[in-house]
Write a protein that binds this ligand. Structure first.
Ligand SMILES: Cc1cc2nc3c(=O)[nH]c(=O)nc-3n(C[C@H](O)[C@H](O)[C@H](O)COP(=O)(O)O)c2cc1C
Length: 358
C-alpha cells in the first residue's frame, strides 16, 4: 500500500471516529438499529437504512440507536426522483402476473399500493436533525444542493455510492466527503444515477476490483470499496488496492441482529446463493438477488415492471402468499455474488473476523 493510501485511511478513520476500516452496509428491509449498534460497538461503522421507514419510525430507530451506543453511526437514504405512474405499463405488468394471481387465488383488483420507498426530503432532514447523525450516506446520487447543505450543517460526514469513475467524479464535485465504489458484485440495488436506462447503465458498470483502483486514482476524497467482499482476505485485498475502508453488506445477513426473513436466510445458506442476477422485478430498479422462480419465468429485467419503486406493489401479495408456504419464489432475495462469508454469528464477532488480517 502506498504512503498516500495509508494516510488517507488514517485520516478517514480519525474523521469518522472508528477504530476499524469497516463499514456495515445499510440494508433496507433486513435490519434495524440492532445490527448498526452491534457493528459500531465492535469498532466498525454501523448503519441504519431509512428508505423504507416512515419519519416517525426513523425517529424511533434513532432514539433506540442513540440509547444503545455512544459510537458513531451512519443513516442512509435513497435520493431517487419519484416516477409518474404509467397506467399502460402497470396493466401490462398485471397481465404478466395474472397466471400467478390465479395460482395463488389472489384478486388482482384488491391489491392496495404498498409502502414503497421514499427519497430524502426536507421533512427527513428535520427528522434527523435532533439526532445529529455523525455520518449520512446516499444511494442513487445526492439530494438537491440546499438539502445537502442542511445535512452538512448538522456536522455529518457525507458518503455516496458510485458505480463508474464518472459518477465518482460527479459525487466529489457535488460535495460527497467520501465515495463508495460499488462494484457489480454487490447485493441489493445498484447505486447508478448518471445513466438511468438499465440497458446502458448496467453494461458500463464494473467489478469492485476494476472500479476501486480507478476511482482511488481519480479522486481526492477517500474511496470505500463495496461488493463481494466477505472475509478478512477480501478486506485486506481491497485496502491494498487503494480503499480507505471497506463496506460489507451480504456477509451480515445471517447475523442474529439482522431481521432477514426465514426464506431469505434459507436461500443464503443454500447452494441457490451461488446464482445471483440483477433484476427489476421487485422494485423497478436493478438490484442483485438470488435467482428465484419469478426471475426465471418472467425474465429478471422484464421491461413491463413499473419504474422504481412502483413495481413493489403488484408483486407484494405473491411474495406474502409464497412466503407463507416457506417459499421465496416472489421475494427479493437480495445478495451479492459472494455469500460465502455469511455466518450466523453475532455481528460484532463477524466485524472482528473481517478485520483479522489488518
Ligand atoms: C439486503 C441488502 C439491502 C441493501 N439495501 C441498501 C440500502 O438500503 N441502501 C444502500 O445504500 N445500499 C443498500 N444495499 C447495497 C449495499 O450498500 C452495498 O452496496 C452492498 O451490500 C455491498 O456488496 P455486498 O452485499 O456484496 O457486501 C443493500 C444490499 C443488500 C445485500
Amino acid at each position: 500500500m502506498s504512503h498516500d493510501a495509508s494516510a488517507r485511511r488514517t485520516a478517514l478513520l480519525q474523521r469518522l471516529g472508528i477504530a476499524l476500516p469497516l463499514l456495515q452496509a445499510p440494508m433496507a428491509g433486513v435490519q434495524d438499529h440492532l445490527l448498526a449498534v452491534a457493528v459500531s460497538e465492535a469498532g466498525g461503522l454501523g448503519a441504519l437504512p431509512a428508505a423504507m421507514l416512515t419519519l416517525d419510525a426513523l425517529a424511533g430507530e434513532l432514539t433506540a440507536l442513540r440509547a444503545s451506543t455512544s459510537r458513531p453511526f451512519n443513516v442512509n437514504f435513497f435520493c431517487h426522483v419519484p416516477p409518474t405512474p404509467d397506467p399502460a405499463r402497470e396493466s401490462l405488468w398485471r397481465e404478466a402476473l395474472a397466471p400467478y394471481y390465479d395460482e395463488a387465488g389472489i384478486d388482482a383488483a384488491s391489491i392496495a399500493p404498498g409502502a414503497g420507498r421514499m427519497p430524502f426530503s426536507e421533512a427527513a432532514l428535520q427528522a434527523i436533525a435532533p439526532f445529529a447523525p455523525p455520518v449520512v450516506s446516499f444511494h442513487f446520487g445526492l439530494p438537491a444542493p440546499e438539502l445537502l447543505a442542511g445535512v452538512k450543517r448538522l456536522g455529518a460526514f457525507v458518503l455516496a455510492s458510485a458505480t463508474t469513475v464518472d459518477e465518482g467524479l460527479w459525487l466529489e464535485a457535488h460535495g460527497a466527503d467520501a465515495v463508495i465504489a460499488q462494484g457489480l458484485e454487490a447485493g441489493g440495488h445498484r447505486g447508478h444515477f448518471l445513466d438511468t436506462d438499465p440497458a446502458t447503465a448496467l453494461t458500463r458498470q464494473m467489478g469492485t476490483f476494476a472500479l476501486l483502483p480507478q476511482l482511488a486514482a481519480a479522486l481526492k476524497v477517500p474511496v470505500i470499496a463495496a461488493g463481494g467482499i466477505a472475509d478478512a482476505e477480501g478486506v485486506a485485498a481491497a485496502l491494498a488496492l487503494g480503499a480507505a475502508a471497506v463496506q460489507v453488506g451480504t456477509a451480515y445477513l445471517l447475523c442474529p441482529e439482522a431481521t432477514t426473513s426465514a426464506v431469505h436466510r434459507a436461500a443464503l445458506a443454500s447452494e441457490a446463493a451461488r446464482h445471483t442476477a440483477l433484476t427489476t422485478l421487485f422494485t423497478g430498479r436493478p438490484a442483485r438477488g438470488i435467482v428465484n422462480r419469478a426471475m426465471c419465468e418472467l425474465g429478471p429485467l422484464n421491461p413491463a415492471a413499473p419504474a422504481f419503486p412502483l413495481a413493489t406493489t403488484a408483486i407484494a401479495p405473491l411474495r406474502q402468499w409464497a412466503e407463507r408456504q416457506g417459499r421465496g419464489d416472489f421475494s427479493p432475495l437480495w445478495s451479492g455474488q459472494n455469500a460465502r462469508g455469511c455466518r450466523a454469528i453475532p455481528a460484532g464477532e463477524l466485524t472482528r473476523a473481517l478485520a483479522a488480517r489488518l
